[in-house]
Every structure is written in C-alpha cells, then in structure tokens.
Ligand binder design. Structure first.
Ligand code: ZN
Ligand code: ZN
Length: 279
C-alpha cells in the first residue's frame, strides 16, 4: 500500500542537492506522493521546480511563524500564489513561541490570521505549526473561523486535550518521526486516541528523522517508520495505516490529484538551487 508523506521540505539542503535520488528512493520504498511545504514566499519557485520534475509532489504556500516577510499585503499575495496549480494548501503558518528570539508575538499572530483568511478565500486547507502557543493557536483558529476550511496540525506534539479541541475544529492531526522517539510515550498515547479518519503521517524532512535514522538527515522514504510506529501503537497493520492516511490526505487536500506511480519521477528539467530560507 503506497504511503503519503504529508509534510516535507524537499527544497531544503541537503535534500535538494540530491533530489533525483531522494525522490527515486521514496518511490522505491512505497511513498507514492509528497507534500512539499513552504516556510517563506520565495520557496514557491524551488517547490514548483520539484513539482515539475515529479508530478507526485504537491506544494503549499505560506510563511512559517519564525520567518519574517509578512507585509500588509500578505493576504493579497497569499490568495494570488495560493491559487496556483499544484498548490494544495496554505502554510505552514501558526505560532511558535519557543523560538521567539526577540520576535514580536503580534507579528506572528497577524500573519497567522492573514493565512487563515486567505485559505478561506482560495478554499484550500491550512497547514498549522504550533509550539508552546496552544491557547493562542486555538483562540485564533476560532476567531478566524478556520473550521470553515480545516487543515492539519502538523508534527503534532501537543496534549490529548489540545488534540480533542482541534479535532472539534475540523482539523486533522499529523504525526512525524517524533512519535518514534524513546521519550515520546505521552505522544504515543495521544496517537492512540486520534480517530482513524483524521490521522496523517509526515517526515518534516530534512528534520526529525525517525528511529532508527535519528540524527541523520530525514527524507520522505523514512515515513514508513512513522507508519509502523502508529500501527504498533494502535494495534493495526502498517498497510492499514498507509491506506487510511493516504485516503485522508486526498480527502483533506482535495486539489491534490493522485498520479499513477508509473508516471512519477519522470521529470527532466534541472532543479535550480537557491539559498535556504529556513534552518
Ligand atoms: Zn513546522
Ligand atoms: Zn515543516
């Protein structure tokens, strides 16, 4: 059963430097589709380059909460770029108070609200990043009526109570390699509770490689370890996790058109290397 990596950054080093091998290895190991996620507006070019070479890769547009770049016209920019073909979601956006590093909380919150408004306008779901900001994240999702459009809480590390509240707001929950970490029992307990029809899996590559690759650069082929961990935790087969999370992916990201595996990975145009915008 093919796996779908619902969140990776193929346009970041070191993945982009070896992109053909990374994509080939993903397909060889049963990853049928990937969603390559923006952290800044300038990511759209590099992401489109990868989408052109492999039609099984989809893209998003958005500004990570720790990235600058939001302006008064952000809503207009996001609605413009968000309408591009192959762009299936807005984000990653949200709040990250862990890595605030002197940044203005108000700026993060304003950008987050602009993303939600733009997602509602273009009718595409949100990819939400939240860290040490649970209460404010919920408040803004409610204020801005994010439940109308839904989306995913990516790389989930929050509590069961937070999970219940975002599920009530029409959101999906995506688990990354963190769920495989030895010290992540509390997170595995949450992973057991998420309804099957709201579950997604991701790598967040090149970060957060799952056990047994922990400490190495992550890549989409490793999403199988996340699937296996959820299968063990939930007492079902890995195939069942693959099937339901793939099905959930295409239900949530309704503009993502699945491709026949035979036609994936056949792109020919060279990827244009650009400077990383996110560490
Ligand atoms: Zn994130
Ligand atoms: Zn990410």
């Amino acid at each position: 059963m093919p796996l779908v990596d619902s969140h990776c950054h193929l346009h970041f080093a070191p993945l982009r430097d070896d992109i053909d091998a990374i994509l080939a290895r993903a397909h060889e190991r049963g990853v049928s589709h990937m969603l390559c996620v923006s952290v800044g507006l300038s990511d759209i070019g590099p992401i489109q380059d990868i989408m052109r070479r492999d039609p099984s890769v989809f893209g998003s547009v958005g500004i990570h909460p720790n990235e600058a770049g939001g302006t008064d016209s952000l809503f207009d920019t996001l609605t413009h770029l968000g309408a591009y073909e192959g762009i299936v979601a807005l984000g990653e956006t949200g709040l990250d108070y862990y890595r605030l590093e002197g940044q203005d909380v108000t700026r993060q919150q304003t950008q987050f609200r602009q993303h939600i408004a733009a997602a509602r306008r273009v009718a595409k779901p949100l990819i939400i990043h939240t860290r040490e900001a649970a209460a404010d994240t919920l408040q803004i999702l409610r204020d801005e009526h994010a439940c109308d459009i839904g989306g995913v809480l990516h790389c989930f590390t929050e509590s069961a109570d937070f999970a219940r509240q975002v599920l009530d707001l029409n959101f999906y929950i995506s688990f990354s390699g963190i769920v495989t970490f030895k010290n992540a029992q509390a997170l595995r307990d949450v992973a057991r509770l998420v309804p099957e029809d709201r579950l997604l899996i991701e790598t967040d590559a090149p970060y957060l490689a799952p056990v047994p690759h922990r400490g190495q650069p992550n890549e989409p082929s490793y999403v199988s370890h996340v699937a296996q961990c959820l299968a063990d935790v939930r007492g079902v087969s890995r195939e069942r996790i693959a099937e339901t999370t793939a099905h959930n992916f295409f239900r949530l990201f309704k503009d993502a058109v699945p491709v026949d595996p035979a036609s994936a990975g056949l792109g020919a145009s060279p990827v244009i290397a650009t400077e990383p915008s996110h560490g």
